[in-house]
Design a protein around this ligand. Structure first.
Ligand code: ZN
Length: 138
């Protein structure tokens, strides 16, 4: 499994994720949420930043099923899924991740035929604090 590349702007995202919290960077002056993390607010140009906890619910906005050629660790799990999740409480923010059956499950643990655009998902976290997504139970 590849590990995230952490930069100064994004470090808090990973620190909160390691505690099981999904937080999105927001402007401390105008409140605009932004992702990926960056130093300056695109609306008001403020450099004041805070990290707002979000519910961790969303919908699959789009997805792909990668097939080889892939890096070796990924090739053995293909076809797996990569989902783009639109956050329920910040619909303009979409996070890339994997849909899994439970935290830390293999990337191909959800059969492709169960994946639908618009499906409701809930964030889950691996032992190492990587956010993933699981289908919400009705
Ligand atoms: Zn702002």
């Amino acid at each position: 499994m590849l590990t995230p590349v952490v930069d100064d702007d994004g470090a808090p995202f990973w620190e909160y994720a390691a505690q099981g919290e999904l937080r999105i960077q927001s402007c401390a002056d105008c409140g605009e949420l932004r992702f990926p993390p960056r130093p300056c607010c695109p609306l008001c140009r403020s450099f004041a930043t805070e990290w707002r906890r979000v519910a961790g619910r969303g919908r699959i906005w789009s997805y792909v099923l990668p097939h080889p050629p892939l890096l070796p660790e990924y090739a053995e799990q293909s076809p797996y899924n990569v989902v783009l999740v639109e956050l329920a409480d910040a619909p303009r923010i979409r996070l890339v991740g994997n849909l899994v059956s439970e935290p830390g499950a293999r990337l191909n643990s959800v059969p492709a035929e169960r994946i639908r655009i618009g499906a409701r998902v809930q964030v889950v976290f691996t032992d190492t604090g990587l956010p993933q997504w699981a289908l919400e139970r009705p």
